[in-house]
Design a binder for this molecule. Structure first.
Ligand SMILES: Cc1cc2nc3c(=O)[nH]c(=O)nc-3n(C[C@H](O)[C@H](O)[C@H](O)COP(=O)(O)O)c2cc1C
Length: 174
C-alpha cells in the first residue's frame, strides 16, 4: 500500500507545499513518492494519490492551471481509479484573484471523479475569505486551498490539519 504526491508548478510554490506535505506525511509509515507530474501512468502505481495544482488561467473554464495537469485531464478521466483514494491541494491568491480562488482544483477533481476515484480531503469554505471559487462543491472546497501570496501565515496550520485529516480519510494507507 503506498501514497504518491504529484504536483505541477510555474513559480515553485506548489512544489514547496508538496515537499512540506511529504515531510509531514513521512512521519507515518507508508513510503511516499514525490514528483513533478509528467505521465498519467505514474498515478496507477499507488493506492493513494495526492495532487497539487496552482490556478493561473484566471476565469477560464478549462485548462485553468496552465501546467502539465491541463494536458493530462482527458487521460486521467479515461483511467479506472475505483478503490483509489485521491486528495487535491490547490495554490491560489484569495485577495488578488478573489473571484476565481483556486479554481483549478475543481477541474482536476472532476476528471478524477470521472475515473471513479474515491475523493477525500474536502475542506470547510468558512475558514477562508474570498468572493467566488469554482472549487466549492456543496459548501466545501473539493480539496485544500492554500494561499502563499496573501495568507502564507496560515499555511503551516492548514497543511498540518489536512495531513491529520488525510491520515484519517486515507485510513489503511498510512
Ligand atoms: C497571471 C496570474 C494569474 C493568476 N490567476 C489566479 C486565479 O485565477 N486564481 C487564484 O486563486 N490564483 C491565481 N494566481 C495566483 C497563483 O495561483 C499563485 O501565485 C500560486 O501560488 C502559484 O503557484 P505556483 O508557484 O506553483 O505556480 C495567479 C497568478 C498570476 C501571476
Amino acid at each position: 500500500m503506498s501514497v504518491g504526491i504529484y504536483f505541477a508548478t510555474t513559480t515553485g510554490k506548489t512544489e514547496d507545499i508538496a515537499e512540506r506535505l511529504h515531510q509531514l506525511l513521512s512521519e507515518a509509515n507508508a513510503p511516499k513518492d514525490l514528483a513533478d507530474v509528467s505521465d498519467v501512468s505514474e498515478l496507477l502505481s499507488h493506492e493513494g494519490i495526492i495532487c497539487g495544482i496552482p490556478t493561473w488561467n484566471t476565469g477560464a473554464d478549462s485548462e485553468r492551471s496552465g501546467t502539465a495537469w491541463d494536458e493530462m485531464l482527458d487521460d486521467i478521466g479515461a483511467l479506472n481509479l475505483s478503490r483509489k483514494k485521491v486528495a487535491i491541494f490547490g495554490l491560489g491568491d484569495s485577495s488578488t484573484y478573489t473571484e476565481n480562488f483556486c479554481d483549478a482544483m475543481e477541474e482536476l477533481h472532476s476528471y478524477f471523479v470521472k475515473a471513479g476515484a474515491d475523493m477525500v480531503g474536502y475542506v470547510n469554505k468558512g475558514d477562508y475569505t474570498f468572493e467566488e471559487s469554482k472549487s466549492v462543491i456543496d459548501e466545501s472546497f473539493c480539496g485544500l486551498p492554500l494561499d502563499e501570496d496573501s495568507e502564507s501565515d496560515m499555511t503551516d496550520i492548514r497543511i498540518d490539519n489536512w495531513a491529520k485529516q488525510l491520515k484519517r480519510e486515507m485510513s489503511g494507507l498510512f
